[in-house]
Each structure stands twice: as C-alpha cells, then as structure tokens.
Ligand binder design. Sequence first.
Ligand code: NAG
Ligand code: NAG
Ligand code: NAG
Length: 475
Amino acid sequence: MTVTFKSILIVSTVLISVASADFSSFITPVTMSRYNFKREKVDTEFNLDDKDYKQSLVVLSFPGLLLSIFLMLLGVIALFLRNCITCGRRNKSEFEEDETPGADYDTGSIISEYQPSKDGPTSILLKIVKFFVFLIIVTTVVGAILGLASNAKAGKDLDNFFKNMNIMANNARKTSNNLVHAFAGKTDITKTILSSLLPLTTEMNNMTQTTHRVLVEETNLNHLRESITIMGYIIAIITCAGGIFGVANGKSWSFMFLSYLSLLTISIILLAMAMHIPLSAASSDFCNSLDQYVDNDVKPSWMKKWINCETDVSISDAVEFSQGEIDKLLKMINLFSSAYTNKTYTTSNLLTLKLDELRAVIPIDQVSLFDSKFDAKTIPVILSVPRLQNMAKCQFVKDYFNYTRNNYCGEVIENVNRMVISEILIAVIWIPGFIFAVIYSKDKRIINNENNNNSNNNSNNNNNNDDDSQAHRSS
Ligand SMILES: *[C@@H]1O[C@H](CO)[C@@H](O)[C@H](O)[C@H]1NC(C)=O
Ligand SMILES: *[C@@H]1O[C@H](CO)[C@@H](O)[C@H](O)[C@H]1NC(C)=O
Ligand SMILES: *[C@@H]1O[C@H](CO)[C@@H](O)[C@H](O)[C@H]1NC(C)=O
C-alpha cells in the first residue's frame, strides 16, 4: 500500500520539477524554420498583412494538426480491427456472450483475471500495467494543472496587452480632444491651431478605433483558443477518471469507453498544441519587433496599420504653439487668483484650484471674461501639456511598447510554451494508454473463457488492496 503512496510522491516530484523548468529555453517554436505553402523559406518578421508570413504560421500548426488527424485515423483503424477480431472470435466460439458485452455476468476485474495463473511473469506484468496506468494518470493530472494555470495566465496577458493598448490610445484621444475643446473660440488664432491640430486629433481617433477593433478580434480569437484548450484538458481529466474506472471495474466495455475517450483526448490536445506552436512563434516574432522599435527605432510594418506614428512637422508646430497658449492660460489663472485669493498656481498644485470658488470671488464685471477663458476642461488641458509633446513624437506609443515588452512578452511566450509542453506530455502518454485500453477491451474475452467465475469476489479491486488480495488468495 505504501508503495503506491511513495511512487505518487516520486512521480509528482519529478513532474513538478519538470513543470517549473524554464520552458522558453526548453522549447522554442520561434526557432523553427518558417515555410510558406510553396515550401519557400519565410522571414520571421511579424507581419500579419504578409501572406507568406501568415502561411508560415499555418504551416507551424501542421505537425499538431496532421498528427491529430493521423492518430485519429490510426485509432479508428485500431478500433475497427479490434472489433473485427472480436467478430471473428464471435463466429468461432462466443456468439452468445458477445451479443451483450456489458452484461452482468461480466464481473471479473481485469486485474484479477490475470491472477489465477499465479505465475511470476503475470504478476510482474500486472504490476507494470498498474504502475503504467498510475503514471499516465499522474502525468495527465500534473500536465493539465500546469496547462490550465499557464492558459489562464497567457490568456489574461494577451487580453491585457490589447486592452491596455486601447486604453492608451483612448487617453491620448481624450487629451487631444480636450485640447481642441479648450481652444475652441477662446483665442484669436484658434482656427489656425485647430487646423494644425487636426492631423493629431484624427490620428488619435483613428488609433482608438483601430486598437478597439484589434482588441475585439483578439478577444474573440483568444476565447476560442481558451475554449479548445480548456476542453482538451477537461477531457484529459475525464479520461483519467475513465482509466481509474476501467481498472477498478475491469469490464471490457469500460475499456472500450476508455479507448474512445483517450482517442478524443489525444486529438483535442494535439489540436490545442497545433494552435499554440504558431501562437508562441508569432508572440515571439511580435516581441522581437517591439525590441527593434524600442531599442533601435526600427518601425515594424504592422505598426503602420495599427498606429500611424509618422512624425509630422505641422503637428509638432501646432503642439508647440498649443503649449504656448496653454502657458498663457495658466498665467491668466494666476492673475485672477493672486489678485483675489492671494494664491498662485503651478502645474504641481493646479489640482487644488477650484475654478468655481475663484469665479465666485472675482468682480462681477470680469465674470464674462473669466467664463470665456476657463471651464471644467481647462485644468485637465493645462496638466496634459507634458503629454502633448509626447503624443506629437509618438513617444507614448514607444513607452507603452517598452512597458509591454518588459512586462508581458517573456511571460506570454513562456506560458504558451508551457502549454505546448503539457500538451505534448499528455498526448504522448495517452498513446500507449489508448493501445492499453484497446488491448484490454478485447483481451478480456480470452481470459474470461478460461476462468469465468473464478474471480468474482475481486471485482472491486483497486490499486491499493490488490497486493493484499493476491497474497490472501495464494495462501
Ligand atoms: C483616419 O481614418 C480615416 C478613415 O478611417 C482615413 O481617411 C484617414 O487617412 C486616417 N487618418 C490618419 C491620420 O491615419
Ligand atoms: C495677501 O498678500 C499680502 C501681500 O502679499 C499679505 O500681506 C497678506 O497677508 C496676504 N493675505 C493672505 C490671507 O494670505
Ligand atoms: C524601457 O523601460 C526600461 C525599464 O522601465 C527603461 O530602463 C528603459 O530606459 C526604457 N527604454 C526606452 C528606450 O524607453
């Protein structure tokens, strides 16, 4: 009994230490060669507008996809053959019995069926089989936990990346719109400023729209990816339960059921892997392009479509002029406030100013002048001056990409790679699991004939008490 517990500990420890390894260096889909459909080599520069690049990502999903289909076919053939062997046997000897494969007479446990021979090899084989089932289950559970945790993190990071980009663009849009609002009809040369600012405000509006569209698309794709991934892991866990049930129950139909389940697990898990390899490669390419932009100022081609960061002289001029005008607004506020409330303001304490209170203490004949210059948006506009220059130079985009690269890139890639590892682990371990299930769903008949009711009292055996019962019987 303690053997099982000890081996659980050992296997879990091994798997957990595997799980905590650094996967971004262990498996690196990004280093895989990229080919388009014509088998020409493709550059790894991230660009979803490039047909060849998109094809190369699709090609990266082929190993998982083809393996999934291939194993599915192979599995179906194996199941078919298994049925054929059974029907061949049916003709020979067991016609009646085989009509009702799950019937009640069928109470022998798979494990006990091997025991009556009482030979060394059988009991060793039995132990190996049991250990193997146990290994599959522990591996699957650890793999699924690892995969689900990584999936949650990667999914959140991917969503947040695009969410933050949309928020960033939206803030910039608000800043530029506030600026326009603050100038509208308030200075002599407003028309000139507004027309010069127009490219900037249009750009910020466009950026908000584009990032929003990208966010919606990404969220949908990510949800689809998450659904398939989670479904794969859940089915893998269900298959484990099916495995435990099969060993405990020992009837051929439960192994038949297990073989279907394990085939499903292998296919869906490999399908999820087929998605995650290109995702990992694309994330890595994307992050490389962020590096190039932040460190070397090389603008990636995808950026032109999302965010137009061409520096425009007329925008810079307009922003410079706006800054001068905004400085004038602050001076004017100080004229009023120092005269009537004995206070002066800078950008550091401007938030403490209450325009209503100031308006209340100024002489009545100056109120209309005051109203023409200031309103609720004046203070935010004055405070946004540092961001204006930032916006004109598109520095805020660079800062955002720098932040993203530092905080998301490594984590997303590592978590996606972890999922790939866990998927390979689960798919690989269930291939012999499937074979095992197919063999036992058939094998049962052969043994059942020889020792029909010999082992009825062992039908509820499980891994723990089996050793005991075996000892009991042989004595
Ligand atoms: C913004 O989008 C409009 C149409 O959606 C387009 O005509 C315009 O050129 C874009 N402006 C900038 C600065 O990207
Ligand atoms: C206002 O300023 C004058 C002269 O600078 C000073 O004498 C006076 O104490 C100030 N009043 C308040 C309430 O701070
Ligand atoms: C990127 O961010 C890091 C950490 O915040 C900072 O040290 C570095 O100077 C930034 N690089 C650029 C080009 O802004």
